[in-house]
Design a protein around this ligand. Structure first.
Ligand SMILES: Cc1cc2nc3c(=O)[nH]c(=O)nc-3n(C[C@H](O)[C@H](O)[C@H](O)COP(=O)(O)OP(=O)(O)OC[C@H]3O[C@@H](n4cnc5c(N)ncnc54)[C@H](O)[C@@H]3O)c2cc1C
Length: 390
């Protein structure tokens, strides 16, 4: 199968090869077993951390690989293309950006080297709340400053990997919305030490979902967080979180591209091998055209993803391209997922073929970390200049 990988530098090709080699140690049976038991891929995450990949974006001065979002994208893409699920560890790559860009030098030195060395995991990102949903400025989880501490009360929902993480980046309201000039003011970011918080002001209630994602409902009841764990300035947290979102969009687009390539490769192999009516099913244009269409969509999304990553790494504003990449890649991966299911007929539904698991996992990117409707509203309002709807 032809992919336009020839455009990659030799270093990037070597990076993809080394990730592929690591992923080969974790075949699809590994992911299938974990999915059935709803267990976290600890062995994979340990190997992935040991290989330095989860610290790809941490600067070398803090013990990371000092690579760009383009390299981070290729790493996550390869994991999903291999049949794995990079979502189990991806958040560390983009959450770390908030700490890196807005944390104090003391905070960076205290945490980044240990994160890079795998001694600490920063895998949890607490934003979503039951009554706010997509309208983040409506969050009500409140942190009140009392002396040298913040006292946190409130609820969050769908907060992933809290039980597999040492640290959580938490978005809270420090000034009530009605006292703020702008609705985006008065939000702050705290770094929560989960090992101390759980059971002592923080209750974690696992949520069962259609994928193996380790997501939770959180209840904060007078959780004490040292004031020194505030990232940046109080009240400016919304901007800090937004600044990480472009990286998040590009990296999640890359997971979708990896999924898309996985589905297309599997569909092509099966369409060539499966014989019905005395010919390979792939000889029928009714089977081959949808695969070709999905391949075309994935490769187009990849080009936009590449442009977004290059803009990000050059320090230019990647907002438009990062959003378009997230939208195009998640839609194209979902198209490829359905085509792969159709190509495999009844066998697609058996867990043995792994496709139904990847199909469920690929669906998430239409909704999270941001729903595609919200991406379209960004393009409509901020790129096309159409009236704001909210
Ligand atoms: C498995 C999983 C893991 C997650 N992990 C995390 C995590 O680790 N941390 C975290 O903070 N969050 C996490 N989330 C939450 C995720 O980011 C949200 O589910 C997502 O942003 C959508 O929010 P919501 O579910 O409240 O939907 P709602 O805001 O209730 O929206 C419901 C639907 O209405 C649409 N909609 C709402 N308003 C508009 C509008 N103005 N115009 C057009 N359409 C609109 C939305 O697009 C969506 O389709 C996770 C979610 C899932 C499912």
């Amino acid at each position: 199968m032809q992919y336009p990988d020839d455009g990659l530098t030799e270093e990037r090709k070597a990076l993809c090869t080394s990730v592929r080699e690591l992923c080969a140690r974790f075949p699809e049976t590994y992911w299938r077993d974990l999915d059935a038991k709803r267990e976290y891929p600890s062995a994979f995450i340990e190997a992935f951390t040991e290989g330095g990949y989860l610290a790809a974006l941490i600067p070398e001065q803090y013990g990371g690989l000092g690579l760009g979002v383009m390299e981070g994208s290729l790493i996550l893409e390869e994991v999903n293309r291999s049949g794995g699920n990079a979502a189990a560890g991806h958040a560390q790559m983009y959450i770390m950006g908030t700490l890196l860009r807005h944390g104090s030098e003391g905070q960076k030195e205290a945490y980044l080297p240990d994160i890079a060395a795998g001694k600490l995991r920063l895998q949890a990102f607490g934003v979503t709340e039951p009554d706010a949903g997509t309208d983040t400025t409506r969050i009500t989880t409140r942190a009140e400053r009392k002396g040298s501490k913040y006292i946190v009360n409130g609820r969050k929902v769908f907060i992933s990997r809290v039980r597999q993480s040492d640290l959580m980046l938490l978005l809270v309201r420090t000034t009530p919305r009605e006292q703020c000039q702008k609705k985006t003011d008065g939000l702050s970011v705290l770094l929560v030490d989960l090992k101390r918080a759980v059971g002592d002001g923080l209750e974690v209630k696992p949520l069962e979902t259609m994928i193996n994602h380790h997501t939770n409902e959180l209840v904060f009841d007078n959780l004490e967080v040292p004031a020194e764990n505030l990232i940046g300035e109080e009240g400016k947290g919304f901007g800090y979180i937004l600044s990480s979102m472009n990286a998040e969009r590009v990296l999640c687009a890359s997971e979708s591209i990896g999924d898309g390539r996985y589905f297309i490769e599997r569909a092509v192999d099966y369409a060539n091998a499966r014989v019905v009516f005395d010919r390979p099913i792939g000889q029928n244009q009714g089977v081959q055209f949808p695969i070709a269409r999905a391949y075309t969509a994935i490769e187009a999304a990849r080009l936009v993803r590449d442009r977004a990553a290059e803009l990000f790494d050059r320090g230019e504003n990647p907002g438009r391209d990062a959003n378009m990449a997230k939208f195009l890649a998640s839609e194209a991966a979902w198209q490829a997922a359905n085509v792969c299911m159709d190509t495999h007929g009844g066998y697609a539904y058996t867990t043995e073929y792994n496709i139904e698991r990847k199909f469920r996992e690929a669906r998430l990117y239409l909704t999270a970390p941001v729903s595609n409707n919200l991406v379209l509203s960004f393009i409509a309002q901020n790129v096309l200049g159409l009236p704001r709807s909210f």
